[in-house]
Every structure is written in structure tokens, then in C-alpha cells.
Design a protein around this ligand. Structure first.
Ligand SMILES: NC(=O)C1=CN([C@@H]2O[C@H](COP(=O)(O)OP(=O)(O)OC[C@H]3O[C@@H](n4cnc5c(N)ncnc54)[C@H](OP(=O)(O)O)[C@@H]3O)[C@@H](O)[C@H]2O)C=CC1
Ligand SMILES: N[C@@H](CC=O)C(=O)O
Length: 404
């Protein structure tokens, strides 16, 4: 018999609980033994919860840590330092851990893998990237057989939901964000979603696995979607295009890596334009397997709960290896990347004349008292330096890469 403790009973915790209860007989049959959710940890013990009799509800983690009958700790709190403490102590106590907490996996990637290895227990985090999409497990399998040199993805359900509805319904960004929060897609602090931090953490996790390189959070250049306005949407729509918050990374073992999270303009014919609402997609190319694309619900109670339950079953079935990731150091090549960009700002003649002098200005249009500038063959960092030079605050412009 196996016993599970669930830490956190919010959107995902409740999803896991419901799936494990609903599929209990089927899972028992597959794993060939009985299992129970023994304990659930929450912050606020006084909140009303719909939990079946026999499960202990607590706000004291030590009850779980010191319970020798608990085999698997499922960490779904969303907290960074507390989450790290819960996971780390559980692994050290010889308990297998499953988590959906990308903040912790990204920030403590190396430490947590080493702790799991030292204590001969499993540490799985399929739900930390792409919600319900199976991506961590297939990627871990493919790196045994392939070199991977680049990956791209829409990795945040909240942003994709907001952008899709802005294009479809012409509603304001703020109104749609409220809906995303109500639907349980957004993080406790939605700044993490809309400023690209959640996507950045997911890119850190995927890139670490895909390339075996230590691409740290601070080396991923991250821009979000919070300054997008309906005038951007209308302009791009007229140009047969849409915007996605895209995460991209590349690795060349002789040169280094690039890693960006940025709003990216894609044409309506591009594959990523078809990924809408809270769906996510990740693509990469393996040297043997060729191109692979993964698509599915990127957030939400049941899709994410499903991914967590797959990890739990893999542990039940002993279907996964315990491995360390010896991430190599490498060099960031982000500053060497040049491309085409869309920039919308207040009209600023000095900025425009500076850009004309550098030959980087391809198009300059005035729309609703804004300048819409199309820039070519330029580094994003040069654009940002220019915006700083003219004291244009980051809340007053919207910058998006054209293509990827
Ligand atoms: N929502 C989604 O679609 C997805 C979420 N994730 C990740 O899954 C994790 C959980 O997300 P979600 O369910 O949305 O979060 P919620 O905010 O809905 O739920 C968090 C739960 O954790 C509890 N909790 C928070 N902090 C602590 C703490 N320090 N100690 C004990 N319990 C705590 C809360 O208790 P109380 O109920 O008392 O407030 C609550 O039950 C996060 O890491 C998130 O990034 C991953 C993929 C998709
Ligand atoms: N807030 C996240 C939840 C899943 O990871 C998102 O919107 O993608």
C-alpha cells in the first residue's frame, strides 16, 4: 500500500485529488496495490474544504515529514522558499516528490536533482511546464538519443489566453486577465505570468534538460505582454499577423547559447498562430528523431492535475530513473542576436531621427498619436538603450520581435 501527501489544495491540488479519487480503481488495477491520499497540507486550516472522511487536513508540514507511512509528497503550494523547504526536507527524509512548482524547479534545479540522487528517491515535475502536455518525460527520453540545438514554445496559458481574446474580441488586457485569474490559469501573483517570468522559468527547465547547460534565470532575456494595447492588435491584424509570448533557446556546443522570452509577431499562417486560448505548444528538433511538436492545455485544474498524476503513477510503477543533471557552463550569445522588431511609442522625433541615421528604420507610421516603427537588423539591446536615452519609460512602449 502507498500513501500520498498533497501540499496545497488550490486549483491544481484539487485537480489531483479529484482525479486520484475518480480513477482510484483503475489506478489500483494498474499499479497492483492500494493507495491513499493520507494527508493534505494547506495554509488556512479554517477555510471550508470538501474533503472525504479519513484524510487528515493540516497546516503543519512536520506531520507529513515525520510520517513514515507517506511515500510520495506532492508539492502544489506555488510558494518559492517554503516550497523548496518542503521538497528538500521530503527528499532528505527518503520520500519521493512530485511538484508542479516551476519557481522552485527552476531556481533549485541542480540542488534538488542532487538531493534526490543522494537520497535515492524520485523527483518528478512534469506539470511544471506546459500544464497537461507531456513534455518533460519525452524530452528526457529524447536527450538520450539526440542532440537538441534549439527549442521554441508558447509556455504560459494566461498570456496566450489574454492575447487570443484581445485579437478575437478586442477586449482590454486588464479585463481578460481577471477572467484568466477566475479560471485558475494565473499564478497567485499574475505579474509572474504577464511579465514573462513564469515562461522564463519554464524555458530554464526545458533548456537545462534539452542542452545539459546551465542557462540561469538571469541569463534569459525576459519581456512580457503587460504594455500591449488594442492599437497594437488592430495594426497587426491588418498585417495578417498575431502576437504570441514566445520562449526560444538555442545551443551550439562550440559557441554558446541564446535564450529569450519575448512577445513575438507571427503571421496567421505560422504554426504558433494556431495555438490559442490557454493552450501551449513546444517544439524542438532532435538530431535523429527530427522535428517534434507538443500541444495541449497549458494550465487549469484537470489538465495540470493529470500531469501530476502521471508522475505519481510513474513512481508507483517505478517507471522512472533517478538521475543527476550535471549542467555545463556556457556563454550567453544573446547580445549578438539581431533581428526585426515592432516598436510602438509616443511620437518622439529624436528617437526616429536616431534610428534613421543607423539605417535600422524600415517603416514609420503614425497611428492614433503613436509612432509604430518597424526596425530591421538591430539588436534588442540597442533598441532598449535608445529608449532609455530618450527617457521613454518601459510602461510607455510595446516592443515585439518579428518572427523567430
Ligand atoms: N493553476 C494552473 O493552471 C497551474 C499551476 N501550476 C503550479 O502549480 C502550483 C499550484 O498552483 P495553484 O493550484 O494554481 O495555486 P493556488 O494558489 O490555487 O493554491 C495554492 C495552495 O497551496 C496552499 N499554500 C500556499 N502556500 C502554502 C504554504 N506556505 N504552506 C502550505 N500551503 C500553502 C494554499 O493554501 P490555502 O488554500 O489555505 O490558501 C492553496 O491551497 C504552483 O506552483 C503553480 O505554479 C502549474 C501548472 C498549471
Ligand atoms: N500560470 C501558469 C499556470 C501553468 O503553468 C500559466 O498561465 O501557464
Amino acid at each position: 500500500m502507498k500513501n500520498i501527501a498533497i501540499l496545497g489544495f488550490g486549483t491544481v491540488g484539487q485537480g489531483v485529488y479529484e482525479i486520484l479519487l475518480e480513477r482510484r480503481e483503475k489506478i489500483k488495477e494498474i499499479i497492483n496495490q492500494d493507495f491513499y491520499i493520507k494527508t493534505i497540507l494547506v495554509n488556512d486550516i479554517n477555510k471550508e474544504r470538501d474533503i472525504v472522511d479519513g484524510i487528515t487536513l493540516t497546516n503543519d508540514f512536520n506531520i507529513i515529514l515525520n510520517d513514515p507511512e507517506i511515500d510520495i509528497v506532492v508539492e502544489l503550494t506555488g510558494a518559492l522558499e517554503k516550497g523548496f523547504e518542503y521538497i528538500s526536507k521530503s527528499l532528505k527524509a527518503g520520500k519521493n516528490v512530485v511538484t508542479a512548482n516551476k519557481s522552485v524547479v527552476s531556481a533549485y534545479f541542480k540542488e534538488l536533482h542532487s538531493t534526490a540522487l543522494e537520497n535515492k528517491v524520485k523527483f518528478l515535475y512534469e506539470a511544471s511546464v506546459g500544464g497537461g502536455i507531456p513534455i518533460i518525460k519525452p524530452l528526457r527520453e529524447e536527450i538520450m538519443l539526440n542532440d537538441i540545438e534549439s527549442l521554441q514554445g508558447i509556455l504560459n496559458g494566461t498570456c496566450n489566453y489574454i492575447l487570443s481574446r484581445m485579437f478575437k474580441e478586442k477586449l482590454s488586457y486588464k479585463d481578460i486577465l481577471k477572467d484568466a485569474q477566475e479560471l485558475g490559469y494565473a499564478e497567485a501573483d499574475p505579474t509572474d505570468d504577464v511579465e514573462g517570468l513564469d515562461t522564463m522559468r519554464k524555458l530554464r527547465i526545458l533548456s537545462s534538460i534539452a542542452f545539459g547547460v546551465d542557462i540561469r534565470e538571469e541569463n534569459i532575456d525576459t519581456f512580457g505582454i503587460s504594455t500591449i494595447e488594442l492599437c497594437d492588435v488592430e495594426y497587426l491584424e491588418k498585417n495578417n499577423s498575431t502576437i504570441k509570448l514566445l520562449a526560444t533557446s538555442t545551443f551550439d556546443k562550440n559557441k554558446g547559447y541564446t535564450a529569450f522570452v519575448e512577445p513575438t509577431i507571427v503571421t496567421n499562417e505560422d504554426y504558433f498562430s494556431t495555438v490559442s486560448m490557454a493552450f501551449n505548444s513546444i517544439s524542438f528538433e532532435g538530431s535523429n528523431v527530427g522535428p517534434l511538436k507538443f500541444y495541449g492545455a497549458g494550465a487549469g485544474k484537470l489538465p495540470t492535475g493529470d500531469a501530476v498524476c502521471r508522475d505519481i503513477i510513474d513512481i508507483f510503477l517505478d517507471n522512472t530513473s533517478i538521475e543527476d543533471f550535471h549542467l555545463k557552463e556556457s556563454t550567453s550569445l544573446n547580445h549578438e542576436i539581431k533581428g526585426s522588431y515592432y516598436l510602438r511609442t509616443d511620437i518622439n522625433e529624436d528617437l526616429i531621427s536616431d534610428l534613421k541615421n543607423t539605417n535600422n528604420l524600415e517603416k514609420n507610421e503614425t497611428v492614433d498619436n503613436n509612432s509604430i516603427l518597424i526596425l530591421k537588423n538591430i539588436s534588442k539591446f540597442n533598441i532598449i538603450d535608445l529608449l532609455k536615452k530618450y527617457n521613454i519609460d518601459e510602461k510607455e512602449y510595446f516592443l515585439a520581435k518579428i518572427g523567430y
